[in-house]
Design a protein around this ligand. Structure first.
Ligand SMILES: Cc1ncc(COP(=O)(O)OP(=O)(O)O)c(N)n1
Ligand SMILES: Cc1nc(C(=O)O)sc1CCOP(=O)(O)O
Ligand SMILES: [Mg+2]
Length: 210
């Protein structure tokens, strides 16, 4: 059966993370450089603002047939007809998302504790976020730093697609893929770059050669 998450380079974007250009331009440049899935993560926006940004971003991504994932907010995801939603342990549980959105194409769930690996919530997800592989200033409310050994351990426990997130960049992407991740997710490696297309291309090259 074809994987419902065949992607390798995942951009997690917000307007505020984009330091040098408008977030829609950053997203488009990143896609041109090799990003093949994008998550909109607007932690401080009202639902109305989140929805507006999601519609704009979807319009850009549709031109390149790149899927849009929405962070946390099921209503926004459904209204914008996104491909899916990413949730963590403090969000709506994946099982509830499946109940409310029968044909969700892509449901992501963060793994912060090995005990989650046996749970039905984890089993219902389409991909798992390794949360975080390395500590990052972009998200500080995390409880573990998995490191390469954590990636290997999680890989040994599941066949689901694994997304590595947390301080991922062109220097460490290859070793994280070798440890068992299927996909690299980044915020600042692309959003804080002066040249998002080049940053994405470098990441993509590292992933492809590993
Ligand atoms: C691909 C990916 N992995 C993990 C996360 C983190 O989700 P979560 O734990 O719900 O934290 P917030 O992003 O909501 O702060 C993610 N967003 N994407
Ligand atoms: C959105 C997000 N989730 C994380 C997790 O650990 O679950 S870390 C993170 C931010 C990743 O940003 P950067 O690429 O700048 O390190
Ligand atoms: Mg969340």
């Amino acid at each position: 059966m074809a994987s419902s998450f065949p992607y390798k380079l995942y951009l997690v974007i917000s307007e505020e993370a984009c330091l040098h250009d408008h977030f829609l331009k950053v997203a488009e440049q990143a896609v041109k450089g090799g990003v093949d899935v994008v998550q909109l993560r607007e932690k401080n926006a009202s639902t109305e603002e989140f929805l507006r940004k999601a519609f704009w971003l979807k319009e850009v991504l549709d031109r390149y047939e790149v899927p849009l994932i929405i962070n946390d907010n099921l209503d926004v995801a459904r209204q914008v007809e996104a491909s899916g939603v990413h949730v963590g342990t403090s969000d709506i549980p994946p099982s509830q998302i499946r109940e409310n959105w029968r044909d969700v194409a892509c449901l992501g769930y963060s793994i912060e504790d090995l005990n989650q690996m046996e749970s039905s919530e984890t089993k219902t997800a389409d991909y798992l976020g390794i949360s975080p592989v390395f500590k990052t200033d972009t998200k500080t409310d995390t409880i573990i730093e998995w490191g390469l050994s954590g990636v290997r351990k999680i890989r040994s426990m599941t066949d689901k697609p694994l997304v590595a997130i947390g301080n991922m960049n062109a220097e460490n992407a290859a070793e994280v893929i070798k440890a068992g991740a299927d996909c690299i997710a980044v915020v600042s490696a692309i959003c804080a770059s002066q040249d998002p297309a080049k940053a994405a291309e470098q990441l993509r090259n590292e992933i492809e050669k590993s």
